[in-house]
Design a protein around this ligand. Sequence first.
Ligand code: ZN
Length: 93
Amino acid sequence: MPVPLQTATTRWRCTLCGNLTRFDVTRSTRVVEYVHLDLAGEPRVEEREVLSETVESVRCRWCNAADQVELVDRPGTGADSGGADEGDGPGRA
Ligand SMILES: [Zn+2]
């Protein structure tokens, strides 16, 4: 199942438990790195150009569901959704 990508105005939400903030993301990335080695041979990446990036899997940290995310609007991006229910944790019963 393809994973929807977050944008500047959207974020992930677990469709099963409502988690908005904690995910394990498996990502494959092709990059060109400018590796600068010092005289001792210690490498350091000074520039990194991302050629392509693919999110392969997103797993919810709360309920462990894989790829069960949907995109929802971020708070404060003009979406008129009330915005009173943003929270950083599971609801307490
Ligand atoms: Zn979840």
